[in-house]
Write a protein that binds this ligand. Structure first.
Ligand code: ZN
Length: 252
């Protein structure tokens, strides 16, 4: 309980609500549903102290009102212009802390225009709550942001230390690896990851993602050639390759 290691609370069909706790209380990220979070807190007799929100989609914030009613002291961090329940607005460059360890807030637009990531500096390494920006072997769909923004946000995340651990909000790994094998058929790391798939496959290290995630591999000539072949068109530059790959995934 003192390691603060985030654990997944499953919700809906494929959401994970990440939760971390010490002996004083707990925090959770993107509680789309209050029920499984309250069940965990009741079982461990701990109060909820903080909620960190990445973006406004209902499967990420749907439980916030009930959690605020149950834990009136809880601090809710997020983008106040998008989410009414936020008590402590944060944006690019904001800092907060849980368990005595600081988290930095990054703006990572693309999936939505106001999407945030939380980079939590634990002694064992950087823990990144990335919402619907990066999934294992994949990335989020473009809703209110742009492909260019999502490409830039993933590039920024990919420049973090290789041992950074990523905590996406969904378990889409098996389906994403099928698409990765379609784009990157000679990639032995993808074939190995498909054989290794276990549930849950999260969190994932950045080093692993750089090896298997086609959306982080758009600079590679074989990936560019394959996407151009599948998209049946010349693609000028990496952002175009990324946009075409995201489009192919939408219809895969
Ligand atoms: Zn979303």
């Amino acid at each position: 309980m003192n390691t603060l290691k985030p654990i997944p609370i499953p919700a809906f069909a494929d959401n994970y609500i990440w939760l971390a706790a010490n002996e004083h209380g707990a925090m959770c990220v993107d509680p789309g549903d209050a029920v499984p979070v309250m069940a965990w807190l009741d079982e461990h007799r701990l109060p909820l102290q903080q909620i960190w929100l990445t973006h406004h989609h209902n499967d990420h914030i749907g439980g916030v009102a009930d959690l605020k009613a149950a834990y009136p002291e809880v601090r809710v961090y997020g983008a106040a212009n998008e989410i009414a329940e936020v008590t402590d607005p944060v944006a690019e460059g904001s800092r907060l802390a849980f368990g005595g360890h600081t988290a930095e807030v990054w703006a990572v637009p693309g999936h939505t225009a106001g999407h945030l990531a939380y980079l939590w500096h634990l002694p064992q390494g950087l823990q990144v709550f990335c919402g619907d920006t990066l999934f294992s072997a994949g990335c989020g769909r473009v809703f209110t942001g742009t492909p260019q923004q999502l490409f830039a946000s993933l590039g920024r995340l990919a420049a973090l230390p290789d041992d950074s651990l990523f905590y996406p909000a969904h378990e889409y790994t098996a389906a994403n690896l099928r698409f990765a094998a379609h784009i990157d058929p000679d990639n032995a790391d993808v074939i190995r990851a498909q054989a290794d798939t276990h549930i849950p496959t999260l969190p994932v290290s950045l080093q692993h993602e750089k090896a298997v995630n086609p959306f982080l591999r758009t600079a590679l000539p074989q990936v560019q050639a394959r996407v151009a072949e599948l998209a049946s068109g010349g693609l000028a530059g990496e952002v175009e390759v990324f946009r075409a790959m995201r489009e192919l995934k939408n219809h895969f």
